[in-house]
Ligand binder design. Sequence first.
Ligand code: TUI
Length: 316
Amino acid sequence: MFRTEVCDLLGIDYPIIQGGMAWVSDAYLAVAVSEAGALGVIAAGHIQEPEELRREIQRAKELTSRPFGVNLMLMNPLVPRFVDLVLEEGVPVVTTGAGNPGKFISRLRDAGVKVMPVVASVALAKRVEREGAHAVVVEGTEAGGHIGELTTMALVPQVVDAVSIPVIAAGGIADGRGFLAALALGAHGVQMGTRFVASTECRVHENWKRAYLRARDRDTVVTGRPTGHPVRIIRNRLAREFLKLEQQGAPLEEYEKLGVGALRRAAMEGDVKTGSVMAGQIVGLVREVKPVREIVREIVAQAKGELERLQSLVGG
Ligand code: TUI
C-alpha cells in the first residue's frame, strides 16, 4: 500500500523515512524503523569520534538485514571522515542536513550509496539534483531543530515542479493525514522526526518524551534567528533565555554560549528546562508513546481511510 518509486529506490515497503536527529537517532531507533518496513536513519550530527559512528553502523548491521541510512549534519567538521566511514561500512543510504552536501554527493553516488539531501529551498533542491542526488527531502519550517523559512505546504509543490527526482516531504507530518497530504502535494514519501521520538524504541531520556506528550500546538518556538541558524525547540527556560538575547540585541557569542551542550543536556540527562528539546510544530498531535511498528501501521491505515473518504467525495 502506498508503494512509490521511493520504495523501489531504497528497498523499503512504505515511503516513510525517519529523520536523523542528533543525540536521538541511534542504531536502535533506526533498526526499529527499518524493521517496520520504513527507513531508519542513524544520526551523526552529535558524534565527535568517528569510531562511535562505526559502532552504531555495525550495531545496525547486526540487528537488521534491511536497508538503513546515516544522516550527515554538515556543520559537523568530521563529515569528510564520516563519508569515508559510510563507504567502508557499506551503508546503503545517506541523508544530509544543515548545509550544501555538494562535494560529497558524487563520491557517495559512485560507490552505490543512495543520497538524499535535506533542503529548505527550490534553489538547493535543483542544485543537488544537478550534482547527482537520488531524491530530495524537502523540509518545511514546521519541522523541529534547524529549519528553513518556508512551510511544507508552500515549498513541497514548488520543489516538485522544479526537479525530476523524487521528493520526500518533511516538517509537520506525524500521522496518516499528513502523509496523504504530502502525497497530494506531489511528494513520493515523507520524513518524520518528532513522531518517531515518541516511540518505545527511542532511547532519548524519558523526560524528553514526557515533554512531547505535554506539549500543545503553540508550545514550540524558534530560537537563534539572528545567528542564521534558527532552531525550533519546545518552549522552556532555555527558549526564554534565547528570546531575551534577541530582544536585547545581544552579540552572537552569547547565543553560542547558551546553546553549547544544550541538546545533549536534554536528550541524555533529561534536563528539559535548560536543555534544548527540539520538536516540530506537530508535537501537539503526539499523544502517546508507542512501538515504531504500530506508528508506521497506523499512519498507513489512516492514510488509506482518509483517501477512501476523499474518494467518496468525488465518486458520490
Ligand atoms: O538539519 C536539520 N535539522 C537539524 S540539524 C540540527 S543540529 C544543530 N543544532 C544547532 C544549530 C544548528 C544545527 C538540529 N536540527 N534539518 C535539515 C535542514 N537543512 N533544515 C534546513 C536545512 C538547510 C538549511 C540551509 C539545508 C541547507 C541550507 O542551505 C545552506 C546552503 O549552503 O545553501
